[in-house]
Design a protein around this ligand. Structure first.
Ligand SMILES: NC(=O)c1ccc[n+]([C@@H]2O[C@H](COP(=O)([O-])OP(=O)(O)OC[C@H]3O[C@@H](n4cnc5c(N)ncnc54)[C@H](O)[C@@H]3O)[C@@H](O)[C@H]2O)c1
Length: 358
């Protein structure tokens, strides 16, 4: 049984707590937040979800929690600018880590985390949970086993609405130094899937737009990637869709097939053609009703902690690639020219320093 401490008792904490209650070999024993009331609320929520009445240990100071040797796994679900520091400290304290996306807000921090995880031989799961959605992992399998043939073009769309109230409700949101941009917060799941499907990036040309004065970061983004395998990738993303969320889109155009998925939950298969495999459309449509992403993600994490041979699908190395892809777009916007990979240095703070308002 792995004993878990959760740092950060805000909005996303509930999803972690309800998932942990269902996963074998995981037990929540501890909470940390600066706000005692939030810890009390989450303790109650945990008792409801786990159907257990035992109390949890609670720490206002997360460093005290890290010093508790009975904790094996630390979940980091605080504001994004604290992720990197807390992941590093947790690894140094000998814990396995689950960290919300984004892993970090700079390449330097992401690199240091990858190295530290190796040195301490600990797992770092980054919550790119869409990789674990059965519909999405089936598409990845079709690419990896060659059924779709060479990928030619991938298109990822994000059309969401984030209101002024959303930014006002938590002061860290919409700031380069604490949140990162819209692509880092909302867009990262789709960017991650695009590069998971299409591979290593050769170059990107990206441009951003900024309209809402309540925030510092971009509201719209458009980018064209060229991958090492010659495939092209397009991202179009915005959080100013009126009057409310329209949803997501992900399409792949390949040598032997086309797959296009849309919808508010990215779960409507609008086209599935795989040459020689007419059964695939029905298979994907059946998988589309399974939304237990976080459950499968935690299952993979636990298995990978308990068995060295099991690969962790969304580890720090993979999460660093998604960050690099987005930093490529940001850098290209600033330089108004394509950017070639690898990108060795960048942080969201650079967007502010250089006076870029998107
Ligand atoms: N994977 C996803 O789909 C997904 C969805 C939503 C949010 N997130 C991520 O989850 C993270 C948290 O987002 P949220 O919406 O829950 O934020 P939130 O503002 O609702 O909650 C953050 C919590 O962290 C606490 N906190 C801040 N500093 C702390 C410290 N030093 N020690 C302990 N607690 C501290 C705050 O008091 C607050 O309760 C963000 O990084 C966000 O990007 C991921």
């Amino acid at each position: 049984m792995l004993r878990v401490g959760l740092i950060g008792c805000g909005y996303i904490a509930q999803k972690h707590i309800s998932t942990i209650a269902k996963v074998k070999n995981l037990k929540l024993i501890s909470l940390s937040d600066l706000d005692t009331k939030r810890m009390d609320e989450m303790e109650k929520f945990h008792q409801q979800e786990s159907l257990q009445s035992n109390s949890l240990s609670k720490f206002k100071d997360y460093e005290e929690m890290l010093g508790d040797s009975s904790i094996d796994v630390v979940i980091i679900a605080v504001i994004s600018s604290l992720h990197a520091r807390m992941v590093k400290e947790a690894l140094q304290a000998g814990k396995h880590v689950v960290v919300e996306k984004p892993l970090a807000l700079s390449i330097k921090d992401a690199e240091e985390i990858v190295k530290l995880a190796d040195v301490h031989n600990k797992r770092v799961l980054v919550c790119h949970q869409m990789r674990y959605r059965p519909l999405i992992s089936k598409v990845k399998e079709l690419i990896d086993n060659g059924k779709l043939g060479a990928p030619y073009l991938g298109v990822a769309s994000l059309r969401l609405n984030r209101s002024i109230d959303y930014y006002k409700s938590a002061s860290w949101r919409g700031k380069w130094s604490t949140d990162g941009g819209m692509l880092i917060n909302q867009g990262i799941h789709l960017v991650d899937l695009l590069i998971w499907f299409l591979g290593d990036i050769n170059s990107v040309y990206g441009d951003l737009g900024h309209y809402l004065p309540v925030k510092e970061t971009e509201d719209t983004a458009a980018a064209v990637f060229t991958f090492k395998n010659q495939a092209k990738g397009i991202i179009e993303a915005n959080t100013v869709t009126q009057p409310n969320n329209l949803g997501f889109g992900l399409s792949l155009f390949c040598e032997h097939g086309t797959i296009s998925i849309e919808g508010a939950g990215l779960n409507q298969v609008v086209r599935c053609h795989v040459s020689g495999h007419p059964e695939m459309e029905e298979i994907l449509k059946k998988l589309s009703s399974d939304h237990e992403d976080r459950f499968y993600m935690y299952q993979n994490f636990v298995e990978s902690v308990l068995d060295d041979e099991i690969e962790l699908v969304a580890d720090a190395r993979e999460a660093k690639r998604a960050l690099e892809a987005i930093f490529g777009i940001y850098k290209s916007h600033q330089m108004t020219t394509p950017v070639y990979f690898p990108i060795t240095q960048f942080s969201t703070g650079d967007m502010k320093k250089r006076g870029s308002d998107g």
